[in-house]
Design a protein around this ligand. Structure first.
Ligand SMILES: Nc1ncnc2c1ncn2[C@@H]1O[C@H](COP(=O)(O)OP(=O)(O)O)[C@@H](O)[C@H]1O
Ligand SMILES: [Mg+2]
Length: 352
């Protein structure tokens, strides 16, 4: 197949996407495909072999907001208009965060009728918006930690935010930008004195902050490939908090499979994972994050429509646990995308 890989981009997760992208390019080439890597932050200029090889590891910190502003967003449109994209069989989107994950790039590809991997416009948009996703979880009886949101425009005084926390979910609280991933801008807050710092950090990324009840307990993640659930993984960060550094520094987090949980509980988490994925209209592949309380109640945190895809990321690990090697996983994701595209075209009464 001829496959374009869209990677990099201009979100705070750019570095992670480049690392995922480099892995995807290598994996697809290893499977014998004709692969065109494109960094959407650079327009339609194709990445040369050495550019991909030179992608260094992910730093312990995400790139700064100023750093990202050096890249012009309009270049993403150029990337999608790239002449290289015209005759591809499928586009492998491995952009994390921002317009690559929120449905915008997906919409551009829909308009030009090019099949792409993963979720479509709607699923991508809802999954990126934690508040919307949680509302849909609740409507579908998928347990999710109690929460409220505050918009920056509402003029946040520390006292009023503290009161709102105390009178609802209580401390400790997780504070997250509503629209971010990779734990960027997220804080664990134990008391009022930590509030100001957490708000400042979160507001760097989004005007809307999500305040979520902290679920003390263990963490599990459900990887999904097509209509199948891959083996469940437990995630155990060294310091207890699964932040950016623990996600992307090798050795800082333990990933355990098979998990040490009774079969019925595993079954429950897996089925809630698939239910959450479908409830948000997600397709293709993805990953659903859970906390398991000390009383063994699972809480769904979020659905990731574009989870990390370096060889050591969770979905590839889960695929491997199911006997699916990395290049084969990538091929399956592409195959599902092409089949879905054909099905959608037929349903719409169009020629394939
Ligand atoms: N309500 C919560 N209770 C306990 N830990 C949480 C909670 N929310 C987030 N976390 C921790 O922070 C990590 C990132 O949060 P998540 O909601 O998955 O956002 P992201 O999109 O940044 O991955 C989780 O993997 C978990 O370790
Ligand atoms: Mg997560």
């Amino acid at each position: 197949m001829k496959i374009a890989v869209l990677m990099g981009g201009t979100s705070a997760e750019r570095d992670v996407s480049l690392a995922s992208g480099a892995g995807v390019v290598e994996g697809l080439r290893a499977a014998g495909h004709d692969v065109i890597p494109i960094d959407t932050a650079r327009g339609y200029e194709t990445l040369k072999g050495e550019d991909v090889k030179n992608i260094s590891g992910i730093k312990a910190e995400p790139p700064s907001v100023e750093e990202l502003q050096k890249y012009a967003g309009e270049l993403s449109i150029e990337a999608v208009k790239s002449p290289d994209l015209r005759d591809v069989d499928v586009v492998f989107i491995i952009l994390h965060g921002g317009s690559g994950e929120d449905g915008t790039i997906q919409a551009l590809l829909d308009l030009v009728n090019i099949p792409y991997t993963g979720s479509g416009v709607l699923g991508s948009a809802i999954a990126m918006n934690k508040q919307m996703a949680k509302n849909i979880f609740i409507a579908n009886e998928i347990p999710t930690p109690e929460f409220f949101v505050i918009d920056y425009e509402q003029n946040l005084s520390i006292d009023s935010v503290d009161k709102r926390i105390e009178s609802s979910i209580g401390y400790p609280v997780m504070i997250k930008p509503n629209n971010q991933g990779s734990s960027v801008g997220l804080s664990f807050v134990k008391s009022k004195d930590e509030l100001k710092r957490a708000l400042d950090v979160g507001l760097q990324y989004d005007n809307r902050l999500l305040f979520e009840k902290y679920i003390k307990g263990r963490e599990f993640t459900v990887s999904i490939l097509g209509d199948e659930v891959l083996p469940l993984f437990e995630v155990i960060p060294e310091s207890g908090l699964y932040d950016y550094e623990h996600k992307y520094t090798s050795g800082k987090t333990k990933y355990v499979c098979p998990v040490d949980l009774p079969a019925d509980l595993q079954e429950l988490i897996n089925s809630l994972g698939m239910k959450a994925f479908k409830a948000l209209d997600c397709t293709g592949f993805g990953r659903v994050d859970f906390r398991l309380s000390e009383t063994n109640k699972p809480y769904c945190l979020e659905v990731n429509t574009l989870p990390g895809m370096t060889k050591t990321s969770l979905v590839p690990k889960a695929a491997k646990a199911a006997g699916i090697e990395f290049p084969q996983l990538l091929e399956k994701i592409c195959g599902i995308a092409v089949d879905d595209y054909k099905r959608r075209r037929l349903k719409a009464g169009r020629k394939i």
